[in-house]
Ligand binder design. Structure first.
Ligand SMILES: *[C@@H]1O[C@H](CO)[C@@H](O)[C@H](O)[C@H]1NC(C)=O
Ligand SMILES: *[C@@H]1O[C@H](CO)[C@@H](O)[C@H](O)[C@H]1NC(C)=O
Ligand SMILES: *[C@@H]1O[C@H](CO)[C@@H](O)[C@H](O)[C@H]1NC(C)=O
Ligand SMILES: *[C@@H]1O[C@H](CO)[C@@H](O)[C@H](O)[C@H]1NC(C)=O
Ligand SMILES: CC(=O)N[C@H]1CO[C@H](CO)[C@@H](O)[C@@H]1O
Length: 248
């Protein structure tokens, strides 16, 4: 059983959760200066990002300038971060020929664009396929109330506690034998209020896809949210207690 779970986990880790090759701005030409700048950028991002888990940079001159941004999940070691970003770089280059694209993995994400995305803030949540494979819960209303309580608390922490670098994990007891684990994260180029707004929208999407499931993930350009019944992250997290229902 343990082997099966870890095999499943390894599979999940290796595949992208979701890819968007934007169809809004056209494609770059093969062999063009844009493509060369993009390749250079994707080679650079993993090494400049892995020690802090976040970076953004730009390479080249307008109109061939390419902006890029990379983020690793906050609990991921610098070597695992680098490995994930290298895979992501290769995959996005292979998979997309658009001038704007983003790819999410379980442990990291990379985006690039012809435009500076630091000044763009747009929420567009996506449900990875993984979500549909989660089992159902027997008491969805109470279950999702508990998830919401956890994610709201973590969202406040990630957005407004600067020491967290926009990443928070936590766990909450649901029943005698079930604990819900969760994390939230924003890209560090957004303001605290934008981070919170992004996570609020993601929580609404999470309810839409996954409120009756044992786990769920929402990814978007500037923030990600996830919960599940097992501890999928690699950080110590503290137990959050749900307020006494009679006191509500
Ligand atoms: C991004 O990378 C550059 C070049 O290595 C480095 O000087 C900068 O401090 C990094 N930024 C962050 C936020 O880590
Ligand atoms: C998880 O933490 C352990 C101990 O700190 C570390 O050796 C390992 O590389 C980490 N795994 C990931 C995926 O970061
Ligand atoms: C992108 O926009 C941000 C915010 O407006 C700015 O601070 C940053 O310098 C810009 N980056 C580049 C490479 O132009
Ligand atoms: C917890 O216990 C309930 C009822 O005893 C059972 O249906 C459920 O599968 C258990 N959950 C886990 C995660 O073991
Ligand atoms: C060119 C290419 O491989 N495109 C694929 C990129 O990934 C998305 C999402 O997995 C697919 O829908 C595309 O067909």
């Amino acid at each position: 059983m343990i082997l099966l779970l870890s095999e499943l986990f390894a599979l999940v880790v290796a595949d992208p959760l979701f890819t968007i090759c934007s169809t809004n701005y056209g494609n770059y030409d093969l062999g063009s200066p844009f493509e060369n700048n993009l390749k250079h950028l994707l080679e650079t991002l993993p090494s400049i990002t892995s020690s802090t888990g976040y970076n953004n940079t730009a390479i080249g001159k307008t109109p061939d300038k390419v902006h890029g941004q990379a983020l690793c999940r906050g609990d991921v070691s610098s070597s695992a971060c680098q490995t994930c970003l290298r895979d992501a770089s290769q995959e996005i280059l292979k998979n997309c020929t658009s001038t704007d694209a983003i790819i999410w993995y379980e442990r990291c994400q990379i985006q690039y664009s012809f435009q500076n995305m630091t000044s763009l803030y747009v929420y567009a949540g996506k449900y990875p396929d993984l979500d549909s494979h989660e089992k159902s819960v027997s008491d969805p209303v109470h279950f999702f109330d508990t998830v919401k309580f956890l994610i709201d608390k973590l969202s406040n922490e990630a957005a407004f506690d600067p020491s967290k670098l926009m990443f928070a994990t936590g766990e909450i007891k649901f029943s005698r034998n079930e604990t819900i684990y969760g994390h939230v994260q924003c890209t560090r180029d957004v303001r605290a209020d934008e981070c919170q707004k992004c996570l609020t929208s993601a929580l609404i999407d999470l309810k839409g896809c996954c409120s009756s499931h044992q786990g769920g993930i929402i990814v978007s350009r500037n923030c990600n949210v996830r919960f599940g019944l097992y501890k999928y992250y690699n950080a110590s997290s503290y137990l959050i207690t749900f307020p006494n229902p009679k006191g509500e």
